[in-house]
Design a protein. Structure first.
Length: 98
């Protein structure tokens, strides 16, 4: 696996000025998947946006990690419902055309 697709957690701690313990808690609550290579921990670059959302929710809104998990679950559910609604609208428009 190429490590250029991953970012070292220690670098993220410095960049976002957060403790390594925060990443351990995020991993414990299964909000971010952490990978380990050569004794160092990394997250995939695709997860950076999600990490930033977690940090903002935690720091700016003071939401605990259990609450953040609930927020993400609700956002996923809303996204699925929106997709279902769009599919239903498409089907309805087909029936209107006849």
């Amino acid at each position: 696996m190429k490590t250029n697709k991953f970012v070292r957690i220690t670098e993220l701690c410095q960049h976002y000025q957060i403790q390594i313990d925060f990443f351990e808690e995020i991993e414990y609550h299964e909000l971010i998947e952490i990978h380990q290579f050569s004794g160092q921990k990394f997250i995939h670059r695709k997860q950076l946006r999600r990490l930033e959302k977690i940090i903002r929710l935690h720091d700016d809104l003071e939401i605990n990690l259990q609450g953040i998990d609930v927020v993400f679950s609700m956002m996923n559910r809303i996204e699925k419902l929106e997709m279902e609604l769009n599919e239903t609208k498409k089907k309805l428009n087909l029936y209107k055309a006849y």
